[in-house]
Design a binder for this molecule. Sequence first.
Ligand code: DQA
Length: 143
Amino acid sequence: MYRILVLHGPNLNLLGTREPQHYGRETLAEVNARIERAAAALGVSVDCRQSNHEGQLIDWIHEARGERDGLILNPGAYTHTSYAIRDAVAAVGLPTVEVHLSNIHAREPFRHVSVIAPVALGQIAGFGPYGTCWRCMLGAAPQ
Ligand code: DQA
């Protein structure tokens, strides 16, 4: 069974109440329940985690090596700043899909740059909680 680690970065624990014009009204628990339903329907296993701390996210990415087959990552604002998370993704070599609830390219200029994108399989942005890219991830899985 294909094993996916889903990581939500800083401030995503506040989903539901945080700037709903950008991030919608679903809570993180509701988003995770949606992800778990989609995973069950596709027959993949999923583990959803959230942290506000860069080092914690990096530790989980490292631990995923050998334990998971792919990574779905919403790095929050670390998307735009964290060379350390980028290096962690590159180091473990897992197929990684970068996901954003909002369309970062249609927002403030500082959000247009992702330092993660060059080491990711691809990026999904702007589809709210519907963006988790199972099909991209499974397309990259060894057949
Ligand atoms: C976000 C976009 C980031 O720019 C922002 O800092 C977030 C959430 C998104 O999901 O749209 O925290 O990653």
